[in-house]
Design a protein around this ligand. Structure first.
Ligand SMILES: Nc1ncnc2c1ncn2[C@@H]1O[C@H](COP(=O)(O)OP(=O)(O)OP(=O)(O)O)[C@@H](O)[C@H]1O
Ligand SMILES: [Mg+2]
Length: 469
């Protein structure tokens, strides 16, 4: 019998207000219990959903975000205790309240040992259930706070090296803490330079699989055929130059995280392949007839308006929903200006450690930084201060030392002869990259290594230059 009650009131993937209400899943084959429990949960502000079998529960747990399960021990089929063990094995962060039959003390002991949060004995009153759910709200709140605190202690400055104490960043830390302990995909949105990659790393390293690989893949930097073979791997002879088979990043990351950076740049045909890989949890290396299972968590980031891309057919709707189970939007710097002094302080401190020279900002210069809109966000702030430190001889950075784009001052006059003698760094970089590749007879991997840059950066640069890859 398929007795899932009513349409699921879970928020749709992607629309979920990440740290908002707790989600309760009621697994009981008695309709009256399901309905009463759901009513109690909704009153307490939980999102509630219900089903009547272990199989349905497993399906819901695979596709939805659930915080608490109310589980009937006397389920038909594999039975509640087995379901409890499975949940605790696969999703240890989910709290399970077990509903046991009257007077079965041994099973109550057994369920507590198997990791249940608590148990209710049938018949139970709504009041009992409400009290328990209320207690759980408190418990889960504390658990998240403790987890955040632990992470903060571990890295003094929050998650990883993420700096910021604004309310917006605090909210972000809470979502990161929650995302880190779930296995769902997360779509990280934010303008360029807001710290999307940093956040992706923080989610991975704050989670239970931090010892497993974290592998970023820059979907914007690679040509489509390369992304495919990078992600899925290839077999010997799959294409010219494939002298031996190579494992794909989705299988190398086994048990860990693959970070699909700039996912909005993924070509449409590859989007279909990535979607299939995520849905089926298996990949087929290029040139192979066999598929192989994968076990990775996927995080994705983009600075593009993906919903807009979906509407215009540039991004697959189904892949968008698949990646967007949890959304995390990093606010641009201009929306959290109060973090600017803190960030500037950390950047100057870091620069001091590498150059040995100490710099500080004059009050007026700091006011200019606070007033500026930072379209390139934290990265632009880093670049700006780095340049100021290199150009300023004294220990204090004054407003005149800041770029005119920031202070709004007219650019200082530079004579044409000086302009013609100064070679822009970007040109030097291009020359250096192209000459390294030419000298190494086209061996780009070796070139990247010798240039001291990652191969994705190299490919991105080549793409920017319009060079053949
Ligand atoms: N909150 C932060 N605290 C400290 N450093 C930060 C923060 N946010 C960003 N940064 C720094 O800014 C730079 C850009 O960060 P990151 O590469 O993660 O941004 P991004 O959003 O992925 O940028 P892009 O869209 O350009 O790829 C990095 O050097 C990172 O260290
Ligand atoms: Mg990035």
């Amino acid at each position: 019998m398929n007795a899932a009650i009513a349409p699921s009131p879970f928020p749709k993937p992607g629309l979920r207000a990440t740290e908002a209400h707790l989600s309760l899943l009621i697994v009981d084959d008695e309709r009256a219990v399901r309905e009463a429990a759901r009513d109690a949960a909704l009153i307490l502000g939980y999102h509630a959903s219900a089903c009547d079998s272990a199989e349905q529960a497993a399906r819901i747990l695979d596709g939805q975000n659930v915080d608490v399960v109310l589980l009937d021990l006397k389920l038909p089929g594999s039975g509640g205790i087995e379901v409890l063990r499975q949940i605790k094995r696969k999703r240890p962060d989910i709290e399970v309240v077990v509903v046991t039959g009257h007077g079965t003390v041994e099973s109550a002991v057994e369920v507590m040992k198997a990791g249940a949060y608590d148990y209710l004995t049938k018949p139970f009153s709504m009041e009992e259930l409400k009290l328990l759910l209320e207690r759980l709200v408190e418990h889960l709140k504390l658990k998240t706070e403790n987890r955040m605190l632990r992470e903060k202690i571990k890295s003094k400055e929050g998650f990883g090296n993420i700096i910021g104490r604004s309310p917006e960043m605090d909210k972000l830390y809470r979502i990161i803490a929650k995302a880190a302990h779930s296995a769902h995909p997360v779509l990280i949105l934010g303008e360029s330079g807001t710290g999307k990659e940093m956040v992706a790393r923080a989610i991975h390293y704050a989670g239970p699989y931090r010892d497993k690989p974290f592998i970023p893949v820059d979907c914007g930097a690679l040509v489509p055929t390369l992304i495919e073979s990078e992600l899925f791997g290839y077999v010997k002879g799959a294409f010219t130059g494939a002298m031996q088979s190579k494992a794909g990043l989705l299988s190398i990351a086994e048990g860990g995280t693959v970070f699909l950076d700039e996912v909005g740049e993924l070509p449409v045909d590859l989007q279909a392949k990535v979607l299939r890989a995520l849905q089926e949890k298996e990949i087929r290396p290029v040139g192979s007839t066999k598929t192989m299972p994968i076990n990775v968590r996927v995080l994705a980031a983009t600075n593009r308006d993906l919903e807009h891309a979906v509407v215009h057919g540039a991004f697959r709707r189904d892949l968008f929903f698949r990646l967007n189970v949890l959304t995390l939007r990093i606010p641009p710097l201009r929306e959290r200006r109060q973090d600017i002094p803190l960030l500037a302080g950390h950047i100057l401190e870091r620069l001091m450690q590498s150059s040995g020279r100490q710099h500080e900002l004059s009050d007026e210069a700091m006011r200019a930084l606070l007033a500026y809109d930072w379209p390139g966000n934290v990265r632009e702030l880093e670049n700006c201060l780095e340049r100021c430190c290199a150009m300023t001889s004294g220990p204090v950075i004054h407003t005149v030392d800041l770029p005119s784009s920031i202070t709004g001052a007219p650019a200082r006059f530079v004579s044409e002869s000086i302009q013609s003698r100064v070679v822009p760094l970007a040109d030097l970089e291009k020359q250096s990259i192209l000459s390294a590749i030419a000298q190494l007879n086209g061996d780009k991997l070796m070139a990247a290594r010798m240039l001291g840059i990652g191969k994705t950066t190299l490919y991105r640069k080549l793409k920017e230059y319009g060079a053949e890859i």
